[in-house]
Write a protein that binds this ligand. Structure first.
Ligand SMILES: Cc1cc2nc3c(=O)[nH]c(=O)nc-3n(C[C@H](O)[C@H](O)[C@H](O)COP(=O)(O)OP(=O)(O)OC[C@H]3O[C@@H](n4cnc5c(N)ncnc54)[C@H](O)[C@@H]3O)c2cc1C
Length: 207
């Protein structure tokens, strides 16, 4: 155990390197014949007029788009450093604390975390928060101290009392919602996508 810890569990878990994983998913989508157009959708009404079925997976953006005032951000900040040779992940169960403590090896890089700041929208990396994340992680794993910082990541967890995967009629168009996954959107993604797909296909067939 690292100094100061009395109990812990060691287990193997899948660790996702998000830039690589998202690139892989995008490639699968393109290979399946989809086209991707990146632009901001100002309102649901704009797209509802264009298609018989619309699937809304806008994360935090659903708050304004749907609109859904029950969707709130929890800010998470991470630091990416050169991996000084760490091969196992570490995560402390910090409960509801805003100061999280974890690190995940992604080959040559190591992702250090983190924070959980309810109601905070700012997506710029705060240097003093980054320094305290590095300090906390280095206390557990001294090799992290002095590791070259490669980048900073800040994201907003789209948090809601419950995940929303459901269908609604809007001006004759079927709208499928799939958002509000908070801090578990990767873990829940395949299950929710399967459910949203089933709703979409059912909508499509009855249109
Ligand atoms: C620091 C951090 C750590 C995390 N760790 C984990 C973890 O360990 N395990 C886990 O399962 N999950 C984790 N998550 C949560 C996970 O990343 C989210 O739950 C997930 O990304 C939500 O996916 P989504 O597709 O619903 O939303 P997003 O990933 O936010 O995607 C929504 C997309 O919609 C776009 N968009 C929004 N509004 C509009 C609009 N009006 N017009 C056009 N485009 C729009 C956005 O630009 C974005 O590209 C973490 C998140 C953070 C920030």
């Amino acid at each position: 155990m690292p100094p100061g810890f009395s109990t812990g569990w060691r287990y193997t878990a899948p660790i996702v390197d998000m830039p690589i994983y998202l690139g892989y998913l995008q490639q699968r989508l393109l290979s399946a014949g989809a086209t991707i157009e990146i632009r901001e959708v100002g309102s649901l009404a704009d797209v509802v007029a264009l298609a018989p079925v619309v699937v809304v997976c806008a994360g935090m953006g659903a708050r304004d788009l749907v609109p859904d005032p029950g969707l709130n951000p929890i800010r998470g900040q991470l630091v990416v450093v050169e991996n000084p040779g760490i091969t196992e992940f570490f995560s402390e169960d910090t409960g509801l604390s805003p100061d999280l403590l974890h690190f995940y090896p992604h080959g040559d890089t190591l992702v250090l975390g983190g924070t959980a700041e309810p109601g905070v929208w700012d997506r710029t990396a705060d240097p003093s928060i980054a320094a305290s994340i590095i300090d906390r992680c280095a206390e557990v794993e001294p090799r992290i101290r002095g590791a070259q910082v490669i980048g900073h990541r800040v994201g907003l967890l789209p948090t809601r009392s419950a995940v929303r995967v459901e269908e609604q009629q809007l001006d004759g168009t079927r709208v499928i919602y799939n958002y509000g996954h908070g801090g578990a959107g990767v873990m829940l993604s395949w299950g929710c996508a399967a459910e949203a797909t089933a709703l979409t296909l059912r909508s499509w067939q009855t249109n």
